[in-house]
Design a protein around this ligand. Structure first.
Ligand code: NAD
Length: 450
């Protein structure tokens, strides 16, 4: 069956691809299994050289890859360039990390004990449509560095950058069969990877709902899983913060990638004593977000990914929000920047909207801020804005979330671990920690006495 891929900004088809079924999924796993012994035997320094070549090829093809991502996801081209830049950085980082991820020697009675890091085998990497190439690289980098072979399954809506990356992988000299890209339905080929007896681990990023299915499916073969799931992060603004700076940044923490961001700080919590002033500044800043053609260099927000997703996002917003922006006329799955005053019990504050919609919620004091921020099943990201350093640290320790920024709204860096608390998942990507998720620790004892 063929898959028609659309440009969400024009609703026009941009590619037709053959979709894999269970048989092709099995064949991809077989290829990866066959390639595994030789790949695992490649000396770490040689694996590093190959990953570095891939990093350079991604850089050299940066404009092409950013263009693919922008057309396929509807991302502003400037943002897509930044994402592709990070992909290259990720491969450079794990090339450099390969020979620095080693075991220990441990003092024990009767001999010497040592630990070794061993690859897992074939790993299945399942990624979503919001940051297709970026998130694929977060998994590919550490998986390949550790000596695993992979089957990468991009989301049905956005397979184009992964298939292009597969060409660059071969061009870099990484042997055939080490990286296999499988384009097909999650419920068919994704599920097959999850249940396949020859797949040792699933690195999954996607919704909490599908994350649950992955965990269930993996139980049959006791597969390892890393789950990077949904979020409903809080942007906590205390009245002693630099309110201008916090308000200028807050819209981009929700409306970047049209709100289709697991780290979106879609609950903006504001201390009551600064609430009215902050709200005024926030509305002004939101008016400044440039929505339009993703190919335009100055565009800051593009359309949503699909018509069905737009319908889902719209279902969260009642008729009279605090603020609703404009969108271009004509084709495209546009949805305006929207601000809604809410309480933390409202549906808009409890569920992941995954669109450009922010819930603004007042709080009374520090304890109330912590209570509201933690009153969610999710725990992925968040921010704290205050000029009080002790408070910043106190509150950051109290928040149940995997990634936090103080006086900033950023979440992701190549060097730092990224992942969730609670129903936002478990396991960590990026940084040295990601290598732990793509390797096993083996203890070996050597008897030296008697
Ligand atoms: P999704 O869960 O619908 O799909 C994710 C991937 O899983 C896709 O490749 C899909 O084909 C596949 N899939 C679907 N059903 C499957 C099944 N039964 N078995 C195996 N695989 C299956 O998510 P989405 O709509 O593509 O992405 C949006 C979601 O991803 C949001 O909830 C967002 O928060 C989350 N996300 C999380 C992170 C993070 O790092 N925590 C990052 C980006 C996105």
């Amino acid at each position: 069956m063929t898959l028609t891929v659309l440009n969400p900004a024009t609703e026009e088809p941009i590619a037709e691809l053959e979709q894999a079924g269970v048989e092709e999924a099995d064949a991809a796993v077989s290829r990866a299994k066959e390639a595994y012994p030789a790949w695992r035997a490649v000396a770490p320094a040689d694996r590093a050289r190959l990953l570095r070549r891939l990093a350079v090829l991604v850089e050299e093809h940066g404009e092409e890859l950013a263009g693919i991502e922008s057309r396929n996801v509807g991302k502003p081209i400037s943002g897509a360039r930044g994402e592709v830049g990070m992909v290259s950085q990720v491969f450079h980082f794990y090339a450099g990390a390969i020979d620095k991820h080693y075991g220990d020697t441990i003092p024990v009675a009767g001999g010497v004990a040592a630990t070794f890091r061993e690859p897992l085998g074939v790993v299945g990497l399942i990624v979503p449509w919001n940051f297709p190439l970026n998130i694929a690289s977060w998994k590919l980098g550490p998986a390949l560095a550790c000596g695993n072979t992979v089957v990468l399954k991009p989301a049905e809506l956005t397979p184009l950058s992964a298939t292009r990356l597969a060409d660059l992988v071969l061009e870099a000299g990484i042997p055939e069969g080490v990286v296999n890209v499988l384009v097909g339905k999650g419920s068919v080929v994704g599920q097959r990877l999850v249940e396949h007896p020859d797949v040792a681990k699933i690195g999954f990023t996607g919704s909490t709902e599908v994350g649950r299915l992955v965990m269930q499916g993996a139980a049959g073969t006791i597969k390892r899983v890393t789950l990077e799931l949904g979020g409903k992060s809080a942007n906590v603004v205390f009245s002693d913060a630099d309110l201008e700076k916090a308000a200028a940044s807050a819209p981009y923490a929700v409306f970047d990638n049209a709100g289709q961001d697991c780290c979106a700080r879609s609950r903006i919590l504001v201390e009551r004593s600064a609430y009215d002033r902050f709200l005024g500044l926030l509305v002004e800043a939101t008016k400044g977000v440039k929505v339009g053609d993703p190919a335009d260099e100055s565009t800051e927000m593009g359309p949503l990914i699909s018509a069905a997703h737009r319908e889902q996002v719209a279902s969260f917003v009642e008729d009279d929000p605090l603020y609703r922006g404009d969108v271009p006329a004509g084709a495209g799955f546009w949805y305006p920047c929207t601000l809604v005053e809410a309480t933390n019990d409202d549906r808009i504050a409890r569920e992941e909207v995954f669109g450009p919609v922010a819930a603004v919620i007042p709080f009374e004091d520090e304890a109330d801020a912590i209570r509201i921020a933690n009153d969610t099943p999710y725990g992925l990201s968040g921010s704290i804005w205050t000029r009080d350093g002790a408070r910043a640290l106190r509150v950051s320790r109290a928040l149940e979330t995997g990634v936090l920024s103080i006086n900033a709204n950023t979440s992701v860096r190549v060097q730092t671990p990224f992942g969730g608390f609670k129903q936002s998942g478990f396991g960590r990507e990026l940084g040295m920690q990601a290598l732990d998720g793509y390797s096993e620790v083996k203890s070996v004892f050597v008897a030296t006495e008697g």
